[in-house]
Ligand binder design. Structure first.
Ligand SMILES: *[C@@H]1O[C@H](CO)[C@@H](O)[C@H](O)[C@H]1NC(C)=O
Ligand SMILES: *[C@@H]1O[C@H](CO)[C@@H](O)[C@H](O)[C@H]1NC(C)=O
Ligand SMILES: *[C@@H]1O[C@H](CO)[C@@H](O)[C@H](O)[C@H]1NC(C)=O
Ligand SMILES: *[C@@H]1O[C@H](CO)[C@@H](O)[C@H](O)[C@H]1NC(C)=O
Ligand SMILES: *[C@@H]1O[C@H](CO)[C@@H](O)[C@H](O)[C@H]1NC(C)=O
Ligand SMILES: *[C@@H]1O[C@H](CO)[C@@H](O)[C@H](O)[C@H]1NC(C)=O
Ligand SMILES: *[C@@H]1O[C@H](CO)[C@@H](O)[C@H](O)[C@H]1NC(C)=O
Ligand SMILES: *[C@@H]1O[C@H](CO)[C@@H](O)[C@H](O)[C@H]1NC(C)=O
Ligand SMILES: *[C@@H]1O[C@H](CO)[C@@H](O)[C@H](O)[C@H]1NC(C)=O
Ligand SMILES: *[C@@H]1O[C@H](CO)[C@@H](O)[C@H](O)[C@H]1NC(C)=O
Ligand SMILES: *[C@@H]1O[C@H](CO)[C@@H](O)[C@H](O)[C@H]1NC(C)=O
Ligand SMILES: *[C@@H]1O[C@H](CO)[C@@H](O)[C@H](O)[C@H]1NC(C)=O
Length: 427
Protein backbone atom coordinates (compact mmCIF):
# COMPACT_ATOMS: atom_id res chain seq x y z
CA UNK A 1 0.00 0.00 0.00
CA UNK A 2 2.82 2.28 0.87
CA UNK A 3 4.46 1.77 -2.50
CA UNK A 4 1.26 2.62 -4.33
CA UNK A 5 0.87 5.96 -2.57
CA UNK A 6 4.44 6.85 -3.58
CA UNK A 7 3.54 5.98 -7.13
CA UNK A 8 0.41 8.13 -6.96
CA UNK A 9 2.54 11.06 -5.89
CA UNK A 10 4.79 10.41 -8.88
CA UNK A 11 1.71 10.44 -11.13
CA UNK A 12 0.80 13.92 -9.92
CA UNK A 13 4.37 15.01 -10.67
CA UNK A 14 4.07 13.65 -14.19
CA UNK A 15 0.86 15.51 -14.82
CA UNK A 16 2.34 18.82 -13.74
CA UNK A 17 5.31 18.24 -16.04
CA UNK A 18 2.97 17.74 -19.02
CA UNK A 19 4.85 19.54 -21.69
CA UNK A 20 2.20 21.84 -23.03
CA UNK A 21 4.05 24.96 -21.98
CA UNK A 22 3.47 27.73 -24.54
CA UNK A 23 6.56 29.65 -23.51
CA UNK A 24 8.88 26.66 -23.59
CA UNK A 25 11.79 27.36 -25.90
CA UNK A 26 14.88 25.22 -26.21
CA UNK A 27 17.69 26.97 -28.02
CA UNK A 28 19.19 24.87 -30.77
CA UNK A 29 15.91 23.03 -31.16
CA UNK A 30 13.66 23.50 -34.20
CA UNK A 31 10.60 25.71 -34.42
CA UNK A 32 7.91 23.93 -32.38
CA UNK A 33 5.05 22.39 -34.39
CA UNK A 34 3.06 21.70 -31.23
CA UNK A 35 3.53 22.57 -27.57
CA UNK A 36 2.97 18.85 -27.03
CA UNK A 37 6.50 17.40 -27.36
CA UNK A 38 5.24 14.09 -28.70
CA UNK A 39 3.00 15.73 -31.33
CA UNK A 40 5.90 18.02 -32.28
CA UNK A 41 8.16 15.02 -32.88
CA UNK A 42 5.55 13.17 -34.93
CA UNK A 43 4.68 16.24 -37.03
CA UNK A 44 8.34 17.07 -37.65
CA UNK A 45 8.93 13.52 -38.80
CA UNK A 46 6.03 13.70 -41.25
CA UNK A 47 7.04 17.17 -42.48
CA UNK A 48 10.52 15.84 -43.16
CA UNK A 49 9.10 13.17 -45.43
CA UNK A 50 8.25 15.94 -47.92
CA UNK A 51 11.88 15.56 -49.05
CA UNK A 52 11.09 11.99 -50.08
CA UNK A 53 7.57 12.35 -51.48
CA UNK A 54 5.76 11.36 -48.29
CA UNK A 55 4.05 14.66 -47.43
CA UNK A 56 3.39 18.20 -48.60
CA UNK A 57 4.72 21.03 -46.43
CA UNK A 58 1.74 23.38 -46.18
CA UNK A 59 -0.66 20.53 -45.42
CA UNK A 60 1.42 19.32 -42.50
CA UNK A 61 1.85 22.86 -41.16
CA UNK A 62 -1.90 23.39 -41.61
CA UNK A 63 -2.59 20.27 -39.57
CA UNK A 64 -0.08 21.39 -36.92
CA UNK A 65 -1.97 24.68 -36.63
CA UNK A 66 -5.29 23.07 -35.68
CA UNK A 67 -4.30 19.95 -33.73
CA UNK A 68 -5.02 20.43 -30.02
CA UNK A 69 -1.98 19.48 -27.87
CA UNK A 70 -2.59 16.36 -25.81
CA UNK A 71 -5.82 15.53 -27.65
CA UNK A 72 -5.42 12.23 -29.51
CA UNK A 73 -8.86 12.53 -31.17
CA UNK A 74 -7.89 15.89 -32.57
CA UNK A 75 -4.70 14.46 -34.12
CA UNK A 76 -6.69 11.50 -35.44
CA UNK A 77 -9.54 13.54 -36.92
CA UNK A 78 -7.32 16.20 -38.47
CA UNK A 79 -5.26 13.65 -40.39
CA UNK A 80 -8.24 11.45 -41.28
CA UNK A 81 -9.89 14.48 -42.95
CA UNK A 82 -6.70 15.38 -44.79
CA UNK A 83 -6.16 11.79 -45.89
CA UNK A 84 -9.75 11.51 -47.15
CA UNK A 85 -9.33 14.66 -49.22
CA UNK A 86 -5.97 13.51 -50.64
CA UNK A 87 -7.27 10.07 -51.48
CA UNK A 88 -10.17 11.62 -53.39
CA UNK A 89 -7.76 13.86 -55.34
CA UNK A 90 -5.51 10.90 -56.11
CA UNK A 91 -8.41 8.75 -57.28
CA UNK A 92 -9.37 11.16 -60.07
CA UNK A 93 -5.79 11.95 -61.19
CA UNK A 94 -5.26 10.92 -64.81
CA UNK A 95 -1.56 11.73 -64.91
CA UNK A 96 0.46 8.84 -63.51
CA UNK A 97 2.94 11.01 -61.58
CA UNK A 98 0.07 12.98 -60.06
CA UNK A 99 -1.56 9.74 -58.92
CA UNK A 100 1.71 8.42 -57.52
CA UNK A 101 2.58 11.52 -55.47
CA UNK A 102 -0.95 12.11 -54.22
CA UNK A 103 -1.54 8.47 -53.23
CA UNK A 104 1.79 8.43 -51.37
CA UNK A 105 0.70 11.52 -49.41
CA UNK A 106 -2.76 10.09 -48.72
CA UNK A 107 -1.16 6.88 -47.42
CA UNK A 108 1.14 8.87 -45.12
CA UNK A 109 -1.76 10.91 -43.75
CA UNK A 110 -3.76 7.73 -43.05
CA UNK A 111 -0.76 6.42 -41.12
CA UNK A 112 -0.65 9.60 -39.07
CA UNK A 113 -4.42 9.43 -38.46
CA UNK A 114 -3.79 5.96 -37.05
CA UNK A 115 -0.77 6.88 -34.94
CA UNK A 116 -2.37 7.94 -31.63
CA UNK A 117 -5.29 5.62 -32.08
CA UNK A 118 -4.41 2.28 -30.49
CA UNK A 119 -5.88 2.88 -27.02
CA UNK A 120 -9.01 0.83 -27.61
CA UNK A 121 -7.77 -2.43 -29.07
CA UNK A 122 -11.26 -3.51 -30.12
CA UNK A 123 -11.99 -0.31 -32.06
CA UNK A 124 -12.41 -1.36 -35.73
CA UNK A 125 -10.96 2.03 -36.77
CA UNK A 126 -7.49 0.53 -36.12
CA UNK A 127 -7.98 -1.74 -39.12
CA UNK A 128 -10.08 0.65 -41.21
CA UNK A 129 -7.48 3.42 -41.34
CA UNK A 130 -4.78 0.86 -42.12
CA UNK A 131 -6.75 -0.69 -44.96
CA UNK A 132 -6.98 2.79 -46.47
CA UNK A 133 -3.25 3.39 -46.06
CA UNK A 134 -2.39 0.02 -47.63
CA UNK A 135 -4.70 0.72 -50.58
CA UNK A 136 -3.27 4.19 -51.16
CA UNK A 137 0.33 3.02 -50.87
CA UNK A 138 -0.26 0.09 -53.24
CA UNK A 139 -1.80 2.45 -55.79
CA UNK A 140 1.17 4.84 -55.50
CA UNK A 141 3.65 1.99 -55.79
CA UNK A 142 2.05 0.69 -58.97
CA UNK A 143 2.70 4.10 -60.57
CA UNK A 144 6.46 3.96 -59.83
CA UNK A 145 8.77 3.50 -62.86
CA UNK A 146 9.80 0.13 -61.36
CA UNK A 147 7.05 -0.82 -58.90
CA UNK A 148 8.09 -2.54 -55.68
CA UNK A 149 7.33 -6.28 -55.53
CA UNK A 150 5.16 -7.34 -52.57
CA UNK A 151 6.24 -10.62 -51.00
CA UNK A 152 4.96 -12.82 -48.18
CA UNK A 153 7.78 -14.95 -46.80
CA UNK A 154 6.90 -18.06 -44.77
CA UNK A 155 9.11 -18.67 -41.72
CA UNK A 156 9.79 -21.67 -39.50
CA UNK A 157 7.66 -19.96 -36.79
CA UNK A 158 3.94 -19.24 -36.55
CA UNK A 159 4.01 -16.12 -38.73
CA UNK A 160 5.07 -14.98 -42.18
CA UNK A 161 7.34 -12.03 -42.74
CA UNK A 162 6.10 -9.53 -45.30
CA UNK A 163 8.22 -7.31 -47.49
CA UNK A 164 8.42 -5.04 -50.51
CA UNK A 165 11.44 -5.35 -52.80
CA UNK A 166 12.26 -2.18 -54.76
CA UNK A 167 14.68 -3.00 -57.58
CA UNK A 168 17.24 -0.33 -58.45
CA UNK A 169 16.30 -0.79 -62.12
CA UNK A 170 14.59 -3.30 -64.36
CA UNK A 171 17.80 -5.19 -65.23
CA UNK A 172 17.35 -8.43 -63.31
CA UNK A 173 20.62 -10.02 -64.46
CA UNK A 174 23.04 -7.57 -62.78
CA UNK A 175 23.72 -7.92 -59.06
CA UNK A 176 23.45 -4.69 -57.11
CA UNK A 177 24.15 -3.61 -53.54
CA UNK A 178 21.02 -3.94 -51.41
CA UNK A 179 19.75 -2.16 -48.33
CA UNK A 180 17.34 -4.15 -46.16
CA UNK A 181 15.40 -1.79 -43.88
CA UNK A 182 13.46 -2.63 -40.76
CA UNK A 183 11.56 -0.24 -38.58
CA UNK A 184 10.89 -0.62 -34.87
CA UNK A 185 8.16 -0.10 -32.33
CA UNK A 186 5.63 1.81 -34.38
CA UNK A 187 6.65 2.76 -37.92
CA UNK A 188 5.71 0.67 -40.94
CA UNK A 189 7.46 -0.61 -44.02
CA UNK A 190 5.63 2.09 -45.95
CA UNK A 191 7.38 4.70 -43.77
CA UNK A 192 10.72 3.03 -44.56
CA UNK A 193 10.13 3.49 -48.29
CA UNK A 194 10.18 7.26 -47.77
CA UNK A 195 12.81 7.48 -45.05
CA UNK A 196 15.33 5.09 -46.65
CA UNK A 197 14.38 3.50 -49.97
CA UNK A 198 13.91 6.62 -52.10
CA UNK A 199 17.47 7.60 -51.14
CA UNK A 200 18.82 4.09 -51.79
CA UNK A 201 17.20 3.82 -55.23
CA UNK A 202 18.54 7.23 -56.26
CA UNK A 203 22.04 5.92 -55.49
CA UNK A 204 21.62 2.79 -57.60
CA UNK A 205 20.91 0.43 -54.72
CA UNK A 206 18.10 -2.09 -54.40
CA UNK A 207 16.04 -1.55 -51.28
CA UNK A 208 13.85 -3.98 -49.41
CA UNK A 209 11.53 -3.15 -46.53
CA UNK A 210 10.10 -5.84 -44.27
CA UNK A 211 7.91 -6.32 -41.22
CA UNK A 212 7.65 -9.04 -38.60
CA UNK A 213 5.48 -9.72 -35.53
CA UNK A 214 4.26 -6.62 -33.68
CA UNK A 215 4.81 -4.36 -36.67
CA UNK A 216 1.86 -2.58 -38.21
CA UNK A 217 0.63 -4.87 -40.99
CA UNK A 218 1.77 -8.20 -39.51
CA UNK A 219 0.20 -7.27 -36.15
CA UNK A 220 -3.13 -6.58 -37.83
CA UNK A 221 -3.25 -9.35 -40.43
CA UNK A 222 -1.67 -12.17 -38.40
CA UNK A 223 -2.64 -10.98 -34.91
CA UNK A 224 0.79 -11.60 -33.46
CA UNK A 225 2.84 -9.35 -31.17
CA UNK A 226 6.56 -8.60 -30.97
CA UNK A 227 9.06 -11.41 -30.37
CA UNK A 228 12.63 -11.04 -29.16
CA UNK A 229 14.31 -13.58 -31.47
CA UNK A 230 14.32 -11.34 -34.51
CA UNK A 231 16.58 -13.63 -36.55
CA UNK A 232 13.42 -15.71 -36.99
CA UNK A 233 12.16 -12.84 -39.14
CA UNK A 234 15.34 -11.67 -40.88
CA UNK A 235 16.91 -15.01 -41.87
CA UNK A 236 13.96 -16.03 -44.08
CA UNK A 237 14.04 -12.55 -45.65
CA UNK A 238 17.77 -12.95 -46.36
CA UNK A 239 17.02 -16.39 -47.88
CA UNK A 240 14.59 -14.63 -50.19
CA UNK A 241 17.21 -12.04 -51.19
CA UNK A 242 19.88 -14.73 -51.75
CA UNK A 243 17.59 -16.31 -54.31
CA UNK A 244 17.31 -13.19 -56.45
CA UNK A 245 19.54 -12.68 -59.48
CA UNK A 246 19.75 -8.91 -58.98
CA UNK A 247 21.05 -8.90 -55.38
CA UNK A 248 24.79 -8.83 -54.68
CA UNK A 249 25.04 -10.84 -51.45
CA UNK A 250 28.55 -9.48 -50.84
CA UNK A 251 27.00 -6.03 -50.57
CA UNK A 252 23.99 -6.64 -48.35
CA UNK A 253 23.39 -4.09 -45.57
CA UNK A 254 20.76 -4.26 -42.80
CA UNK A 255 19.43 -1.06 -41.29
CA UNK A 256 17.44 -0.93 -38.03
CA UNK A 257 15.53 2.22 -37.19
CA UNK A 258 14.52 3.19 -33.61
CA UNK A 259 13.61 0.03 -31.61
CA UNK A 260 14.68 -1.64 -34.89
CA UNK A 261 18.21 -0.84 -33.62
CA UNK A 262 17.71 -3.75 -31.24
CA UNK A 263 15.87 -5.96 -33.74
CA UNK A 264 18.52 -5.57 -36.46
CA UNK A 265 21.49 -6.13 -34.14
CA UNK A 266 19.87 -9.21 -32.64
CA UNK A 267 19.18 -10.65 -36.12
CA UNK A 268 22.69 -9.79 -37.40
CA UNK A 269 24.23 -11.70 -34.49
CA UNK A 270 22.72 -14.84 -36.06
CA UNK A 271 22.99 -13.85 -39.72
CA UNK A 272 26.56 -13.56 -41.08
CA UNK A 273 25.22 -12.91 -44.59
CA UNK A 274 24.59 -9.34 -43.39
CA UNK A 275 27.78 -7.57 -44.54
CA UNK A 276 27.14 -4.15 -42.98
CA UNK A 277 24.88 -3.18 -40.08
CA UNK A 278 23.36 0.27 -39.49
CA UNK A 279 21.77 1.01 -36.12
CA UNK A 280 19.81 4.21 -35.57
CA UNK A 281 20.39 4.09 -32.63
CA UNK A 282 22.26 1.20 -31.00
CA UNK A 283 20.18 -0.57 -28.36
CA UNK A 284 21.68 -2.76 -25.64
CA UNK A 285 18.68 -3.50 -23.40
CA UNK A 286 15.15 -2.61 -24.47
CA UNK A 287 13.60 -3.03 -21.04
CA UNK A 288 15.94 -0.50 -19.44
CA UNK A 289 15.21 1.91 -22.29
CA UNK A 290 11.45 1.61 -21.82
CA UNK A 291 11.47 1.65 -18.02
CA UNK A 292 13.73 4.70 -18.18
CA UNK A 293 10.73 6.63 -19.55
CA UNK A 294 8.92 6.13 -16.24
CA UNK A 295 9.65 7.84 -12.89
CA UNK A 296 11.87 5.76 -10.62
CA UNK A 297 8.92 4.94 -8.33
CA UNK A 298 7.31 3.02 -11.22
CA UNK A 299 10.52 1.19 -11.95
CA UNK A 300 10.71 0.11 -8.30
CA UNK A 301 7.12 -1.08 -8.37
CA UNK A 302 7.79 -3.07 -11.56
CA UNK A 303 10.86 -4.71 -10.05
CA UNK A 304 8.90 -5.50 -6.85
CA UNK A 305 6.98 -8.01 -8.97
CA UNK A 306 3.50 -6.86 -7.84
CA UNK A 307 1.97 -7.09 -11.30
CA UNK A 308 -1.59 -6.17 -10.38
CA UNK A 309 -0.48 -3.03 -8.56
CA UNK A 310 1.83 -2.04 -11.42
CA UNK A 311 -0.82 -2.68 -14.06
CA UNK A 312 -3.48 -0.70 -12.20
CA UNK A 313 -1.29 2.35 -11.88
CA UNK A 314 0.03 2.27 -15.43
CA UNK A 315 -3.45 1.86 -16.89
CA UNK A 316 -4.50 4.87 -14.83
CA UNK A 317 -1.88 6.93 -16.67
CA UNK A 318 -3.09 5.80 -20.07
CA UNK A 319 -6.70 6.80 -19.45
CA UNK A 320 -5.81 10.17 -17.89
CA UNK A 321 -5.57 12.88 -20.52
CA UNK A 322 -3.59 15.17 -18.22
CA UNK A 323 -0.66 12.74 -18.39
CA UNK A 324 2.11 13.36 -20.96
CA UNK A 325 1.24 12.14 -24.46
CA UNK A 326 4.60 10.36 -24.69
CA UNK A 327 3.66 8.02 -21.84
CA UNK A 328 0.03 7.54 -22.81
CA UNK A 329 0.96 6.76 -26.39
CA UNK A 330 4.02 4.70 -25.48
CA UNK A 331 2.03 2.39 -23.23
CA UNK A 332 -1.13 2.25 -25.35
CA UNK A 333 0.82 1.45 -28.46
CA UNK A 334 3.09 -1.02 -26.67
CA UNK A 335 0.16 -3.00 -25.33
CA UNK A 336 -1.30 -3.23 -28.81
CA UNK A 337 2.00 -4.07 -30.53
CA UNK A 338 2.94 -6.71 -27.93
CA UNK A 339 -0.62 -8.06 -28.15
CA UNK A 340 -1.50 -7.84 -24.47
CA UNK A 341 -3.74 -5.83 -22.13
CA UNK A 342 -1.20 -6.03 -19.29
CA UNK A 343 1.59 -3.42 -18.96
CA UNK A 344 3.65 -5.76 -16.77
CA UNK A 345 3.37 -8.58 -19.30
CA UNK A 346 4.48 -6.18 -22.04
CA UNK A 347 7.51 -5.05 -20.02
CA UNK A 348 8.41 -8.58 -18.95
CA UNK A 349 8.53 -9.58 -22.63
CA UNK A 350 11.01 -6.78 -23.31
CA UNK A 351 13.34 -8.37 -20.71
CA UNK A 352 14.51 -10.89 -23.30
CA UNK A 353 15.29 -8.08 -25.76
CA UNK A 354 18.91 -7.42 -24.94
CA UNK A 355 22.29 -7.96 -26.55
CA UNK A 356 23.97 -9.57 -23.54
CA UNK A 357 26.31 -12.31 -24.73
CA UNK A 358 25.72 -11.55 -28.40
CA UNK A 359 28.25 -8.79 -29.13
CA UNK A 360 31.02 -11.22 -30.08
CA UNK A 361 28.85 -12.54 -32.87
CA UNK A 362 28.72 -9.17 -34.64
CA UNK A 363 31.59 -9.44 -37.09
CA UNK A 364 30.34 -7.14 -39.85
CA UNK A 365 31.23 -3.40 -39.81
CA UNK A 366 28.70 -1.37 -37.83
CA UNK A 367 27.46 2.22 -38.21
CA UNK A 368 25.58 3.84 -35.35
CA UNK A 369 23.72 7.12 -34.97
CA UNK A 370 24.21 9.12 -31.79
CA UNK A 371 21.45 11.74 -31.42
CA UNK A 372 22.37 14.31 -28.80
CA UNK A 373 18.66 14.98 -28.12
CA UNK A 374 17.60 11.35 -28.22
CA UNK A 375 15.74 10.77 -24.97
CA UNK A 376 13.84 7.73 -26.25
CA UNK A 377 16.25 4.82 -26.72
CA UNK A 378 19.75 6.09 -27.05
CA UNK A 379 22.24 3.43 -26.05
CA UNK A 380 24.70 3.89 -28.93
CA UNK A 381 27.63 4.83 -26.70
CA UNK A 382 27.06 1.81 -24.47
CA UNK A 383 26.72 -0.37 -27.57
CA UNK A 384 30.04 0.85 -28.97
CA UNK A 385 31.72 0.16 -25.66
CA UNK A 386 30.30 -3.34 -25.41
CA UNK A 387 30.99 -4.37 -28.99
CA UNK A 388 34.58 -3.46 -28.25
CA UNK A 389 37.08 -4.36 -30.93
CA UNK A 390 35.25 -7.35 -32.42
CA UNK A 391 34.59 -5.29 -35.53
CA UNK A 392 34.99 -1.88 -37.16
CA UNK A 393 32.54 0.58 -35.61
CA UNK A 394 31.64 4.06 -36.88
CA UNK A 395 29.63 6.39 -34.64
CA UNK A 396 28.01 9.45 -36.23
CA UNK A 397 26.71 12.16 -33.93
CA UNK A 398 23.64 14.20 -34.90
CA UNK A 399 23.39 17.42 -32.98
CA UNK A 400 21.26 20.58 -32.70
CA UNK A 401 17.97 20.42 -34.62
CA UNK A 402 19.09 17.07 -36.12
CA UNK A 403 19.68 15.56 -32.70
CA UNK A 404 16.26 14.00 -32.00
CA UNK A 405 15.63 10.24 -31.91
CA UNK A 406 16.05 8.98 -35.51
CA UNK A 407 16.58 12.52 -36.87
CA UNK A 408 12.99 13.48 -37.76
CA UNK A 409 13.05 16.22 -40.39
CA UNK A 410 16.70 15.50 -41.21
CA UNK A 411 16.40 12.31 -43.26
CA UNK A 412 18.61 13.62 -46.04
CA UNK A 413 21.45 14.15 -43.54
CA UNK A 414 20.94 10.65 -42.21
CA UNK A 415 20.98 9.16 -45.70
CA UNK A 416 24.08 11.16 -46.65
CA UNK A 417 25.95 9.78 -43.65
CA UNK A 418 24.69 6.23 -44.18
CA UNK A 419 25.60 6.06 -47.86
CA UNK A 420 28.99 7.76 -47.47
CA UNK A 421 29.81 5.00 -44.97
CA UNK A 422 28.21 2.16 -46.96
CA UNK A 423 30.07 3.06 -50.12
CA UNK A 424 33.38 3.02 -48.22
CA UNK A 425 32.59 -0.35 -46.67
CA UNK A 426 31.60 -1.89 -50.01
CA UNK A 427 34.08 -0.19 -52.31
C1 LIG B 1 0.12 -5.70 -4.56
O1 LIG B 1 -0.27 -4.36 -4.38
C2 LIG B 1 -1.63 -4.24 -3.96
C3 LIG B 1 -2.00 -2.76 -3.99
O2 LIG B 1 -0.99 -1.97 -3.44
C4 LIG B 1 -1.76 -4.86 -2.56
O3 LIG B 1 -3.12 -4.75 -2.15
C5 LIG B 1 -1.35 -6.32 -2.64
O4 LIG B 1 -1.37 -6.89 -1.34
C6 LIG B 1 0.03 -6.46 -3.24
N1 LIG B 1 0.31 -7.87 -3.45
C7 LIG B 1 1.43 -8.44 -3.04
C8 LIG B 1 1.56 -9.92 -3.34
O5 LIG B 1 2.30 -7.82 -2.46
C1 LIG C 1 -5.36 12.53 -13.65
O1 LIG C 1 -4.16 12.77 -12.97
C2 LIG C 1 -4.20 13.93 -12.15
C3 LIG C 1 -2.81 14.13 -11.56
O2 LIG C 1 -2.42 13.00 -10.84
C4 LIG C 1 -5.25 13.76 -11.07
O3 LIG C 1 -5.32 14.95 -10.32
C5 LIG C 1 -6.59 13.45 -11.73
O4 LIG C 1 -7.54 13.16 -10.71
C6 LIG C 1 -6.47 12.27 -12.65
N1 LIG C 1 -7.73 12.11 -13.37
C7 LIG C 1 -8.39 10.96 -13.33
C8 LIG C 1 -9.64 10.93 -14.16
O5 LIG C 1 -7.99 9.99 -12.73
C1 LIG D 1 7.15 27.26 -18.84
O1 LIG D 1 8.49 27.44 -19.28
C2 LIG D 1 9.09 28.62 -18.76
C3 LIG D 1 10.45 28.78 -19.43
O2 LIG D 1 11.21 27.60 -19.33
C4 LIG D 1 9.18 28.48 -17.23
O3 LIG D 1 9.75 29.66 -16.68
C5 LIG D 1 7.79 28.29 -16.66
O4 LIG D 1 7.85 28.06 -15.29
C6 LIG D 1 7.09 27.11 -17.32
N1 LIG D 1 5.69 27.05 -16.89
C7 LIG D 1 5.14 25.95 -16.45
C8 LIG D 1 3.69 26.06 -16.07
O5 LIG D 1 5.72 24.86 -16.37
C1 LIG E 1 -10.45 8.48 -34.03
O1 LIG E 1 -11.52 8.83 -34.88
C2 LIG E 1 -12.36 7.76 -35.26
C3 LIG E 1 -13.37 8.28 -36.24
O2 LIG E 1 -13.99 9.43 -35.76
C4 LIG E 1 -13.01 7.15 -34.01
O3 LIG E 1 -13.74 6.02 -34.38
C5 LIG E 1 -11.92 6.75 -33.04
O4 LIG E 1 -12.50 6.25 -31.86
C6 LIG E 1 -11.05 7.94 -32.73
N1 LIG E 1 -9.99 7.58 -31.81
C7 LIG E 1 -9.57 8.41 -30.86
C8 LIG E 1 -8.44 7.99 -30.00
O5 LIG E 1 -10.09 9.49 -30.70
C1 LIG F 1 -10.47 16.85 -28.65
O1 LIG F 1 -10.69 17.00 -30.03
C2 LIG F 1 -11.97 16.54 -30.44
C3 LIG F 1 -12.11 16.56 -31.96
O2 LIG F 1 -11.06 17.02 -32.66
C4 LIG F 1 -13.02 17.40 -29.81
O3 LIG F 1 -14.29 16.94 -30.23
C5 LIG F 1 -12.90 17.30 -28.32
O4 LIG F 1 -13.81 18.17 -27.71
C6 LIG F 1 -11.50 17.64 -27.87
N1 LIG F 1 -11.39 17.33 -26.46
C7 LIG F 1 -10.93 18.19 -25.57
C8 LIG F 1 -10.87 17.72 -24.16
O5 LIG F 1 -10.57 19.31 -25.88
C1 LIG G 1 -13.88 0.28 -27.82
O1 LIG G 1 -14.41 0.10 -29.12
C2 LIG G 1 -15.52 -0.77 -29.14
C3 LIG G 1 -15.88 -1.01 -30.59
O2 LIG G 1 -16.09 0.21 -31.26
C4 LIG G 1 -16.65 -0.13 -28.35
O3 LIG G 1 -17.77 -0.99 -28.35
C5 LIG G 1 -16.20 0.13 -26.93
O4 LIG G 1 -17.19 0.84 -26.23
C6 LIG G 1 -14.91 0.93 -26.93
N1 LIG G 1 -14.39 0.99 -25.58
C7 LIG G 1 -14.11 2.11 -24.96
C8 LIG G 1 -13.55 2.01 -23.59
O5 LIG G 1 -14.27 3.22 -25.50
C1 LIG H 1 3.13 -18.14 -31.76
O1 LIG H 1 4.08 -18.92 -31.04
C2 LIG H 1 4.48 -18.37 -29.79
C3 LIG H 1 5.53 -19.28 -29.18
O2 LIG H 1 6.51 -19.53 -30.11
C4 LIG H 1 3.28 -18.26 -28.88
O3 LIG H 1 3.67 -17.64 -27.67
C5 LIG H 1 2.21 -17.43 -29.55
O4 LIG H 1 1.05 -17.42 -28.75
C6 LIG H 1 1.86 -17.97 -30.91
N1 LIG H 1 0.97 -17.00 -31.52
C7 LIG H 1 0.01 -17.31 -32.38
C8 LIG H 1 -0.83 -16.20 -32.88
O5 LIG H 1 -0.19 -18.46 -32.75
C1 LIG I 1 14.31 -19.91 -54.31
O1 LIG I 1 13.91 -20.13 -55.68
C2 LIG I 1 13.46 -21.47 -55.93
C3 LIG I 1 13.24 -21.59 -57.42
O2 LIG I 1 12.43 -20.55 -57.89
C4 LIG I 1 12.20 -21.70 -55.12
O3 LIG I 1 11.76 -23.02 -55.30
C5 LIG I 1 12.51 -21.50 -53.64
O4 LIG I 1 11.32 -21.61 -52.90
C6 LIG I 1 13.10 -20.13 -53.41
N1 LIG I 1 13.52 -20.01 -52.03
C7 LIG I 1 13.30 -18.93 -51.32
C8 LIG I 1 13.78 -18.96 -49.92
O5 LIG I 1 12.73 -17.95 -51.76
C1 LIG J 1 18.72 -10.98 -21.79
O1 LIG J 1 17.83 -11.82 -22.52
C2 LIG J 1 17.93 -13.18 -22.18
C3 LIG J 1 16.98 -13.94 -23.12
O2 LIG J 1 17.21 -13.56 -24.43
C4 LIG J 1 17.56 -13.39 -20.75
O3 LIG J 1 17.70 -14.75 -20.41
C5 LIG J 1 18.46 -12.55 -19.85
O4 LIG J 1 18.02 -12.62 -18.55
C6 LIG J 1 18.46 -11.09 -20.31
N1 LIG J 1 19.52 -10.41 -19.60
C7 LIG J 1 19.41 -9.22 -19.10
C8 LIG J 1 20.61 -8.65 -18.46
O5 LIG J 1 18.36 -8.60 -19.15
C1 LIG K 1 26.90 11.33 -28.31
O1 LIG K 1 25.83 12.07 -27.79
C2 LIG K 1 25.97 12.42 -26.44
C3 LIG K 1 24.71 13.11 -25.98
O2 LIG K 1 23.66 12.21 -26.05
C4 LIG K 1 27.16 13.34 -26.28
O3 LIG K 1 27.34 13.65 -24.93
C5 LIG K 1 28.38 12.64 -26.81
O4 LIG K 1 29.47 13.52 -26.79
C6 LIG K 1 28.17 12.11 -28.22
N1 LIG K 1 29.32 11.28 -28.51
C7 LIG K 1 30.15 11.49 -29.51
C8 LIG K 1 31.26 10.53 -29.67
O5 LIG K 1 30.00 12.40 -30.29
C1 LIG L 1 40.65 -6.77 -28.55
O1 LIG L 1 40.51 -6.59 -27.15
C2 LIG L 1 40.94 -7.70 -26.39
C3 LIG L 1 40.59 -7.48 -24.93
O2 LIG L 1 40.64 -6.13 -24.61
C4 LIG L 1 42.44 -7.91 -26.62
O3 LIG L 1 42.86 -9.05 -25.91
C5 LIG L 1 42.69 -8.12 -28.10
O4 LIG L 1 44.07 -8.21 -28.35
C6 LIG L 1 42.10 -6.99 -28.93
N1 LIG L 1 42.23 -7.34 -30.32
C7 LIG L 1 42.67 -6.49 -31.24
C8 LIG L 1 42.71 -7.00 -32.64
O5 LIG L 1 43.00 -5.35 -30.98
C1 LIG M 1 36.89 1.02 -40.62
O1 LIG M 1 35.89 1.58 -41.46
C2 LIG M 1 36.25 2.84 -42.02
C3 LIG M 1 35.05 3.34 -42.76
O2 LIG M 1 34.53 2.36 -43.60
C4 LIG M 1 37.48 2.68 -42.90
O3 LIG M 1 37.86 3.93 -43.39
C5 LIG M 1 38.61 2.08 -42.08
O4 LIG M 1 39.71 1.81 -42.90
C6 LIG M 1 38.16 0.79 -41.40
N1 LIG M 1 39.20 0.34 -40.51
C7 LIG M 1 39.60 -0.92 -40.44
C8 LIG M 1 40.66 -1.21 -39.42
O5 LIG M 1 39.12 -1.79 -41.14
Amino acid sequence: MRSSSIVLAALAGLASSQQTNETWVDTGDTLRLSTDTTFHFQLLNLLGMATYRGADVAEVLGAAQVIVPGNFSSYNNTFAELATRKQAQASVAKNKVNARDTFFQAAAYWRDADFFNHGNQSDPIIDEYWTNQLECFTAANSALPVPGEYVTIPTASNFSAIGIFYAADSDTSTEKPTLLVGNGYDASQEDSYHSSCVAALERGWNCMTYEGPGQPTVRRQQKIGFISEWEKVVTPVVDYLANRTDVDMDRLALSGISFGGYLAARAAAFEPRIKALLLNPGVVTVQDGFLGQLPSQFQDLFHSGNKSAFDAIVLAIVSNSSMPSSLRWGIEHGLWAFDTESPSEFLVTTGAMNMTGLFDRLTMPIWLANGTRDDVLSQSLDFVEQVGNTTNVTLVTFDGPEGYHCQPGAASSTNREMFEWLETVFE
